[in-house]
Design a protein around this ligand. Sequence first.
Ligand SMILES: NC(=O)c1ccc[n+]([C@@H]2O[C@H](COP(=O)([O-])OP(=O)(O)OC[C@H]3O[C@@H](n4cnc5c(N)ncnc54)[C@H](O)[C@@H]3O)[C@@H](O)[C@H]2O)c1
Length: 307
Amino acid sequence: MIYKVAIIGYGYWGPKLARNIQNSNEFQIDYIVDTSKKNLINAKKSFPLSRFLNDYKKLDTSKIDLVVISTPTITHYKLAAHFLKYSNILIEKPLALNNHDVKKLERISKKSKNKLFVDYPFIFSGSIRLINNIIRKKKYGKLLEIESFREQAPIRKDSDVVWDLGVHDISILRFLLKSNPIKIKSIKYNTVKTKQKDTAYINLNYKNNIKVFIKNSWISPVKIRIMKFKFEKGIVICDENEPIYKLKVFTRKNNKTMIYKLELPEIDLSEPLFNLIEYVAKSMKTNSNLIFKKNFNIDITRVLEKI
Ligand SMILES: NC(=O)c1ccc[n+]([C@@H]2O[C@H](COP(=O)([O-])OP(=O)(O)OC[C@H]3O[C@@H](n4cnc5c(N)ncnc54)[C@H](O)[C@@H]3O)[C@@H](O)[C@H]2O)c1
């Protein structure tokens, strides 16, 4: 069976979702909806066989299996609440701007039996999947500390840097550590005159005394996506901007020397968005949703609210 898809929002991120959906054998894009005429013209060039609408209310959901929402964050709750009643949805991060709305969406999903998928792309990346294995197998001993540096992204007017960029860190941490932090301390501020806070320093303490430091900032001339995982017997550095060697593992022979041995593990380099799309197809086929179960979205939003 080929699932029929409608994409709502074809701005910056929508075309990336559309390309990955098109590349999958499991889906076909039947509709693209956008309020912008210019963006609909762009969409038509890449997807001439799809149908185009300028108002999401005109979409007939009876023949749609999956609605993909990539509109500005402020519109997420309204659109998700509307479409979840009729269809499975895949929606951009952050799911909504408060936990009250996220809980309502989870209730609608449960009642309608339609699945709710959120695009937290990094939890589908080969590097984070390998780090997950390293943690589970205690390959370099106990995990002690994580540092994350995520800088430079388009400045948003409807959400601050933590809801926009920090959501990646919080979703990765929820995926890897399977819990929420016990203690949260943070400072958020503006370094330039943006409507929303553009910079944040965050300290989190997780169970087993795992300490986390996160720096998020929209304001940076260089794009940084680096996470460091410090274990008893080694340090794993993950740089999502690296094309091939995204993971570097530094191990010490013994505690006396500060000289490290470097390993470059082989990782799955397929595009995280494509892995997410394949996960969505598999979940729809098998009527499951293994990642987004057990309060996954509610937990993430709770931490974002506290920060
Ligand atoms: N997962 C990621 O890594 C990632 C990366 C970038 C953006 N995003 C998320 O994707 C979402 C969109 O971001 P963007 O950068 O593409 O924004 P954008 O402004 O470039 O695109 C949004 C599009 O939605 C359209 N739109 C707005 N309201 C609409 C409505 N009611 N109905 C139909 N279309 C409507 C706009 O015309 C525009 O074309 C945001 O929530 C953002 O956080 C996620």
